[in-house]
Write a protein that binds this ligand. Structure first.
Ligand SMILES: [Zn+2]
Length: 408
């Protein structure tokens, strides 16, 4: 039986819809706008909001500006409401944040790591567990983004770091188990929810850090592949390189785009997740290295556009920086690679709206996706009645190798 056909089931269904709408709009829409968007009766919406506020899931604030008369209320996160913990594990460091309904992220820590599975995941697991204890029953789950293919169940390969089938959930040792995903797929998911892929039916997202990851988004979801490892456009021989890639294939596109490629171009040591700062320096000082990277990026984009016919191509991480610094070079390299039928209406190429924060926010979205269900809200109701948790405070981050200051 469909739960939504009973009165209780319908209420549970509408609670989820309302919270989902508040979350997706970034807690910016008024109650009357949401009521209209969701096709609810005003009375029904009032009852729903009151119930959700009582359960510690929502809190209403007056709209910052409103016409004369009764102030308009904007539903947003409750001060003791649900928090998703989200981590972006890059090849050289990780960033951990606590995220509220609506998507606001509070950074809890940024830390460099040694690149080994135990060295990364052991201390990170302990840090997450300590925050989870402090925040108590407010924590609804943990999402973890990683810079490599992630098979269903959380087995991860990061070729540059020598990771083979690393059991990330086991090494993190968290209960309940975290949701583990690929950084590019998460960046694309976040872009589809609150960035430039909103409302796009078929889009291509390319995320460039030490190397390049790419994924196709269809109807707001990254294509996961049969085993979960679909986001690997970087490992296609799109630019004619012949060298072996650490992934095991030869001539991968990602050998020519990203921090490693920038470092290689100027003869600096690269690989193993080292050299972020030097690569950023190369990006700002070596026009030749930037041109080579942008050219390779443009050529590969043309091949993928021919194959997939996307409406838009989104670039994040260093991809956005390459586009900003050498956009014309990139487009000039892309155009000759396009089929004639693609040239009349080539897809838009745009920088991500979320900057370097996309992977972290996508990890958050995966946690809220699991929570914003009748079952997830039912569990919250059972658990939160006992005691609330602490409030996340911005931690004293003394060093930051990550760029992630842009909040959505
Ligand atoms: Zn490869």
């Amino acid at each position: 039986m469909n739960g939504a056909t009973t009165t209780g089931g319908l209420r549970a269904h509408n609670r989820v819809r309302l919270l989902r709408a508040v979350h997706d709009c970034g807690a910016t829409r008024t109650r009357s706008q949401l009521t209209r968007d969701l096709g609810l009766a005003r009375g029904t919406a009032s009852v729903l909001v009151a119930g959700l506020a009582e359960d510690g899931l929502l809190h209403e604030e007056p709209a910052p500006e409103h016409a004369r008369g009764r102030p308009t209320q904007v539903p947003g996160p409750h001060a003791r409401g649900p928090l998703a913990l989200a981590v972006d594990i890059r090849e050289d460091a990780w960033e951990l944040a606590a995220c509220e309904l609506g998507g606001r992220a509070t950074v809890l820590g940024v830390r460099p790591h040694d690149g080994t599975p135990e060295g990364v995941l052991g201390p990170l697991g302990e840090t997450i567990a300590a925050h989870a204890r402090r925040l108590g029953s407010r924590v609804i789950g943990t999402g973890v983004a990683l810079a490599g293919p992630v098979r269903h169940g959380g087995l991860v390969d990061i070729a540059h770091l020598g990771w083979r089938s690393v059991d990330v959930p086991r090494l993190l040792g968290l209960t309940p188990a975290p949701i583990v995903g690929n950084d590019t797929a998460f960046a694309a998911l976040a872009e589809a929810r609150r960035g430039r892929l909103q409302g796009v039916r078929v889009g291509l997202h390319l995320h460039v850090d030490f190397d390049l990851g790419g994924v196709l988004i269809v109807d707001g979801r990254p294509l996961a592949g049969a085993s979960g490892t679909g986001a690997e456009f970087g490992h296609m021989p799109l630019t004619g390189d012949e060298r072996p890639c650490p992934c095991g294939a030869t001539g991968c596109w990602s050998m020519d785009v990203g921090a490693n490629a920038l470092l290689r171009h100027v003869g600096l040591a690269h690989g193993g997740g080292r050299g972020r700062e030097q690569a950023e320096l190369v990006l700002t000082t070596s026009q030749e290295a930037v041109t080579a990277n942008a050219t390779a990026l443009g050529r590969g984009i043309a091949a993928l556009v021919n194959a997939h016919d996307p409406e838009v191509v989104i670039l994040s991480g260093h991809g956005a920086e390459l586009y900003e610094r050498a956009g014309e070079t990139l487009l000039a390299a892309c155009e000759p690679g396009l089929m004639t039928i693609r040239r009349d209406h080539p897809p838009r190429i745009e920088a991500s709206a979320l900057g370097w924060r996309g992977s972290l926010l996508g990890a958050m979205e995966s946690v809220f996706d699991a929570f914003l269900t009748p079952e997830g809200l039912g569990r919250w109701r059972e658990n939160h009645l006992d005691q609330g948790g602490d409030t996340p405070e911005e931690q004293n981050v003394t060093h930051s190798t990550l760029k992630g200051d842009k909040s959505p």
